[in-house]
Design a binder for this molecule. Structure first.
Ligand code: CDP
Length: 284
């Protein structure tokens, strides 16, 4: 696959996983998103609308769901909070001209919807209804979506199987689009795209991740003590790895990338080399 154009439209930016290291933003929502091919219409208008718009957006101007069996460059990037997976995914997407989906935003939006309606994050039915009703409009408020509270709420609702089921298809359709895609999350390499030819599991020491996230949040005015941030990160790791539904686990065929001692350039370069090796292996 040729390296394609630089990102064309960035409608939602997100903090980077590497604090102040100067990474391009993650982005969502192309204006020109379209799906074609069988099996993409869920029968739920709002989901179809979400599929069309909740996608991302870097690079190519047309996206279609692939019906053929030609292998496509699906890059699955999983890992715990603030490991740098989002920044790496964003950089890989820009480099290869692939669309990118930050799947965590879907769970964050679902969690915020439960909170906004005064619901209980532990209520599986309420959380599932919230996930089913996520629309592109719920994915716009960057500050709310990337807040500390939204991360915690996301992790709570993400443990409900109904929530995961509600968000499954649009992620899988996104992954299956012609030419490939980059998705980052917790279960991309295990559940969403188990056949992805490239799988990365990005991690770093909890203290390092807490420091990165602490810099990001305090840098934009959220008041939080470092020790509380570290406790958040550890609690979220345990919940995400310990849940029954699609737990955060490294796929058997994923490559582990520990970014503890890396800045974003080094991490991106290591990830790019993993992709290049896979391209040689799979003949892309
Ligand atoms: O940016 P950070 O890594 O802190 O979180 P995120 O990727 O936005 O995900 C927020 C939460 O959503 C995670 O703690 C997970 O509980 C959940 N999540 C998930 O379960 N599966 C995904 N594919 C993505 C996120």
């Amino acid at each position: 696959m040729a390296v394609e154009a630089e990102p064309t439209s960035l409608k939602l930016q997100r903090y980077s996983g590497f604090g102040s290291c100067g990474i391009p933003p993650l982005a969502l929502f192309p204006s020109d998103w379209s799906f074609s091919g069988s099996g993409t219409d869920s029968g739920r208008p709002e989901e179809n609308e979400l599929q069309r718009s909740a996608a991302v957006v870097q690079g190519r101007s047309r996206h279609t769901v692939s019906d053929d069996l030609t292998p496509s460059l699906i890059i699955a990037v999983d890992g715990p909070a603030a490991s740098g997976k989002g920044s790496i995914a964003s950089r890989l997407a820009a480099h290869y001209g692939l669309p990118h989906m930050d799947t965590g935003l879907l769970y964050r939006a679902a969690g915020l919807k439960v909170l906004a309606s005064g619901g209980d994050l532990g209520d599986a039915d309420a959380a599932t209804r919230a996930a089913e009703s996520v629309t592109p409009g719920d994915l716009i408020d960057e500050t709310a979506l990337t807040s500390r509270g939204a991360g915690e709420a996301a992790s709570r609702v993400a443990s409900h199987p109904g929530v995961r089921a509600a968000l499954l298809k649009l992620q899988q359709d996104f992954a299956r689009q012609a030419g490939g895609a980059v998705l980052d999350g917790r279960d991309i390499g295990t559940v969403i795209a188990p056949d992805a030819p490239v799988k990365l599991f990005v991690t770093a020491r909890p203290e390092t991740r807490a420091h990165r996230r602490w810099l990001q949040l305090t840098g934009r005015g959220e008041a939080i003590a470092f020790d509380d941030m570290l406790a958040d990160i550890i609690r979220r790791d345990e919940r995400d790895a310990g849940r029954g539904a699609a737990p955060m686990v490294m796929a058997d065929d994923a490559v582990l990338l520990d970014t503890t001692e890396m800045d974003i350039e080094a991490a991106f370069d290591a990830a790019r080399r993993v992709v290049e090796a896979a391209r040689v292996r799979h003949g892309f």
